[in-house]
Design a protein around this ligand. Structure first.
Ligand code: GLU
Length: 255
């Protein structure tokens, strides 16, 4: 199976912006094992800005563009250092790909990107993709990694996209506000009622919320790719998701 796994900032880092070491170690271990079992894995990792915030000792996520871009430049380095180190322990090689909206819109650049990704997979490498936040200004920004992950899943014709988030999945109402909110295990189509459930929940260091995840699900439906939203605090769940067991919320056209 070809699977794209998107890791949100809240999964990778503590609210301080510093690395959640235990979590990241577990994720790298599970992904290494899945790869050993013969699956092809592509990672879309957030966390550049969040980790930059931690490393630079900033008090909060910056709002001005130069500081955001500087934080991303520092944090991206840290991120790849950690992935390289942890995956090396399991004998896997990682590659960094940073792209912007312009690389997707321009046909030639998009096809270069897809060709490189496919070649990396043939070479048994684990590609780690993020938006190139240091140059992505308003006109060319993809903006959030849920969308980026769906674009990637579509580009490489993945069968499955897993979004590791700080929430268990899509709920019947906002679980932070309503204790009776129930997890929706399967969604077979994106209709108005699903869109209205998305609200705007997002975390302190991350970018997306449920809205960007629903948009990603819509793109996956169009690309014939299943998508699962699950909580990144239980990396072992990735095994069950790959085995087709019910975890989090699954968006699939297959009934
Ligand atoms: N590219 C951003 C980062 O690495 C994250 C965007 C997102 O989480 O959606 O910090």
């Amino acid at each position: 199976m070809r699977v794209v796994i998107k890791i949100g900032t809240s999964t990778l880092a503590h609210s301080t912006g510093h690395l959640n070491i235990k979590r990241v170690e577990e994720i790298c271990k599970v992904i290494s094992d899945i790869k050993n079992a013969g699956h092809q894995v592509i990672m879309v990792s957030s966390g550049a800005i969040g980790m930059g915030v931690g490393k630079l000792g900033l008090k909060q996520k910056p709002t001005d563009i130069p500081t955001k871009q500087a934080a991303a430049a520092v944090g991206q380095c840290e991120l790849m250092y950690i992935y390289d180190k942890l995956f090396s322990e399991y004998n896997h090689t990682v590659a960094q790909l940073l792209i912007t909206g312009a690389d997707i819109e321009n046909e030639e650049r998009h096809s270069n990107f897809s060709n490189t990704l496919n070649r990396l997979l043939e070479l048994q490498v684990i590609p780690v993709i993020n938006e190139n936040d240091t140059v992505a200004t308003e006109e060319i920004v993809i903006g959030d990694n849920d969308t980026l992950a769906a674009i990637v899943a579509k580009s490489v014709k993945a069968q499955l996209l897993i979004l590791l988030s700080d929430i268990d999945g899509l709920y019947t109402s906002d679980p932070h506000k309503n204790k009776d909110a129930k997890l929706i295990p399967v969604v077979n189509e994106i209709n108005e009622s699903i869109v209205s459930l998305a609200g705007g929940i997002g975390s302190r260091l991350g970018t997306g919320g449920m809205q960007t995840k629903i948009r990603a699900a819509q793109m996956c439906f169009e690309a014939d790719c299943d998508m699962v939203i699950t909580n990144g605090n239980r990396p072992m769940d990735i095994y069950d998701i790959i085995d087709g067991k019910s975890v989090g919320t699954k968006f699939t056209e297959k009934i």
